[in-house]
Design a protein around this ligand. Sequence first.
Ligand code: MOS
Length: 683
Amino acid sequence: MPRREAGEKVTGRARYTGDVRMPRAAYVAVVPATVAHGRVRAVRPQRALALPGVTAVIYFANCPRLRRTGDGELSLFQSPGIAYRGQFVAAVVAESPLLAREAALRVGVEYAARPHEVHLATEGPSLHPPPEHGPWFPTDCVHGDPEAALPCSDVRVDAVYRTPPYHHHVLEPHASLAYWNDGFLTVHDTTQGPSGTRDVLARLFGIRPDRVRVVAHHIGAGFGSKAAPRAQVVLAALAARVVRRPVVTALSREQLSAVVGYRTPTIQRIRLGAGTDGRLVAVSHAAFEQTSMIRDFSECSAAPTRTMYAAPHRMTSHRRARLHVPSPTWLRAPGECPGMFALESAMDELAEACALDPVELRLRNDTPVDPHSGRPFSSRNLAACLRLGAERFGWAERDRLRARRSDRRQLVGLGVAASTFPQYRFPSRATVHADPHGRYVVRIAAADVGTGARTVLAQIAADTLRVPPDRVTAELGDSAYPSASWAGRSSGTTSWGTAVVRACEALRTEIGRRGGDVPPGGVEVSWDTSDELAPPRAFSQHAFGAQFAEVTVDRATREVRVPRLLGVFAVGRVINPATVRSQLIGGMVMGVSMALCEEGVMDPAHGHFLTRDLAAYRVATYADVPHVEAVCVDEEDFHTSPMGAKGVGEIGIVGTAAAIANAVHHATGHRFRELPLSPRRLV
Ligand code: MOS
């Protein structure tokens, strides 16, 4: 089924947050800090306020107080402290966006600057284990005695891998429109979770959640940057309260790198010990990451190593530096993506050390039981993905292909990597309404971040109701609808879909109870999955996959290109082949971009990202990915959801960079352990 809003989107009729207009709206421009650490000594708003049409300048001394939420990024103008360069120190409200911008340049700010530290290292005073109760995952896990087992292993790999910061650079920059009416706050916001944003705004402003409404009909991608509420929505609500008018806050692309998060750079040391047959005896994965001074963020980069391969001796750890940097956040497959780049690169090194085929090495270390939890996997079809991928990609011809296609100009190589992503499901509520004409409307406060959620939820409802899909409409993107979990951790379809299935089942029962009659006013049923989704789980639930890449490396320019990329995935039942394929190849394209192009560059002298726009921050384009294909193996998993489906949003990116780096090794004979594989690095 094609995406229902496709026509609206391609004809420009779809209204995104920045398209929403309100009479009497005022516009905000922000004043970013120009030092990376210190304090605001004084703000001088007079020259800005002197411009006709400037309504207010908001900063520490005159800002209304906000309650705390645990996310320091949202405590706007609550303290004069500066945690990173680019942090908002003042905001100007004016009659037009351009006027606000001009006025923002006229705001004088006097700083008391202090020395800053923005460099991530694996030792030093800034390095702490994440707080005991901070992250949602355990920081350290040890099974057996890896320190003793590693040195006595027959075959050993010990290597350090590095990934740079990555920016989301979503097509639609973050924007909000807010207005207050009789103590009731309405916001239009670029958010991956209207219900969550509502709750956080209610806490910040000390009002009941039912006094806040968050609307987000269309989202131009989030990739995690819109998963938590961002400063601009708080700013819009704050400014609207101060000037008693609707207020629009639209960030410029240049501002995004400072205030909407990015993927932390990582330094990861992997040590593998194996027998000469390639079977792992010991695995150790130590990850080093960063966070800011005002937001606790931990990336679970070593977590996939806990569940991926069996070994009697295993150790994983996360250490984190608190630096004077912008706050990192989730970016598509946070943790799994950089972590599997390191692990799957190391597995390729192990295959070489054991003189084993990389596909065969992974098959030998496959496991039906999750080594971390000891629970069986509800389904784990990694082996099927590896085998089907190898067959379709011509893997058996790997060395012959390299020899045949390489010439004086181009080296050719093939690489593989495995992928995994945990299956999450979060409690949600859904309502379904039947009218006497056989039409059904599903309502749920889910967000469609560009994935096709409206279409897929209507399909799920129609399937449960046993009616044709064109009789069902799904209405999303509004916190006025029943509360839903966010569009994150690849959990949207399974979380919301479970609530929709249960609501539709209850509706069928209700209509059956009435002898099949729907009264003129219709019948409506609501369902909450909180009880059903309460832990514990009997099974470990993950999606699996494998990416196969062919690369060419230009001997003269050292440019790497990817003429062919194949992903094979085991993601449960495929509800909508078109939207599933879009997610999978979208993730893989992002993986090509990560492997070859993207690199956030921090300026140590000034403590800010130099890569603030799409000229400085290179993103893969269509020409960079001439042939990307994704296929799914047959799988249905009714432990993960009543639809038999798993999440597909993130697994596409997970192994892609490692597959490309492994292919570059196959082509060149050299191992490059730091991304991106740009000509500068391929020396
Ligand atoms: Mo996704 S990075 O969990 O929004």
